[in-house]
Design a protein around this ligand. Structure first.
Ligand code: BTN
Length: 273
């Protein structure tokens, strides 16, 4: 890796690991300072949200995890770490793939998606994991996988209608994963430094949201499913706000931990059940 970014305490590159989130968790548990970074060319046991697997062939995606010690963030604001990772990666991806600024959107809570002629497609997913939040020594691991130089002909058949890659949405342009990583870290650093000063880019986070104004399908743990119109996101709690005539004010909050999945339409992602 060529990047030298002052805010990183440790950065390592691996050809193949089970999961970069586990590498970083082990570092944090052993006392490594924030912000530490593990990058892998391939994961043999990559994890997605809600217990799903995360699939990407070697070299097709940028797969990385960051380790934080967020003692400077209130317990109910730790979600901002995952959000700023998504925002920094969206900025970097647009830059490296030559996309118009704002082309990539966030699907709550933290997926990066693109509107294509065939509908909404998932480009990246984020897995945030925490331990000890509210204690004197909280840790947070934020992993992100973004589909980079991955031609559609190599998409897994069962995911081909729900996923995309930067090379696909940029018309076949080759995507330099090193450049993407460098750009990501360049965009990430000021966002992390700002968070240490209690600042989070709420306006930028709002602006990227794709669900606002659209009907979402909310899947609850245990199988409950409901549909509601999303009206926005809450910059204080990180919640998705949806219309709810029964609630005071006509809307209610949905927190990421309360749901299995939010979909805008019939979608699937590069995860396996
Ligand atoms: C999701 O959308 O379900 C989250 C996917 C997160 C995938 C990344 S790839 C790097 C890091 N290591 C993992 O095992 N998962 C995350």
């Amino acid at each position: 890796m060529t990047t030298s970014v002052a805010f990183l305490s440790r950065q390592e590159r691996f050809r193949s690991v089970p999961s970069t989130n586990d590498i970083v968790r082990n570092w944090l548990t052993a006392g490594t300072a924030e912000v530490c970074l593990a990058v892998a060319g391939e994961q043999t046991a990559g994890r997605g949200r809600s217990g799903r697997s995360w699939l990407a062939p070697e070299g097709a995606a940028v797969l990385l995890s960051l380790g934080f010690r967020p003692g400077y963030v209130a317990a109910d604001r730790v979600w901002r770490l995952a959000a700023l990772v998504s925002l920094a990666m969206a900025d970097a991806a647009e830059e490296v793939a030559g996309l118009v600024a704002g082309r990539l959107r966030l699907k709550w809570p933290n997926d990066i998606v693109a509107e294509t002629g065939a509908g909404l497609r998932k480009l990246a997913g984020v897995l945030g994991e925490t331990e000890g939040i509210g204690t004197a020594d909280p840790i947070a691991i934020v992993g992100i996988g973004i589909n980079a130089d991955w031609p559609r002909v190599r998409f897994p058949t069962e995911l081909a209608d729900s996923m995309t890659s930067l090379s696909e949405i940029s018309g076949g342009r080759p995507i330099d994963r090193e450049a993407l990583l460098d750009s990501f870290l360049t965009h990430l650093e000021p966002r992390v430094l700002a968070l240490r000063d209690r600042y989070f880019d709420v306006a930028g986070w709002h602006a990227r949201q794709v669900a606002t104004g659209r009907v979402v399908r909310i899947e609850r743990p245990g199988g409950g499913v409901e549909e509601a119109r999303a009206v926005g996101v809450d910059g204080a709690t990180g919640a998705l706000l949806v219309e709810d005539p029964a609630s005071p004010g006509g809307e209610c909050e949905i927190l990421a931990g309360e749901i299995v999945h939010v979909r805008l339409a019939v979608e699937r992602e590069n995860v396996t059940p």
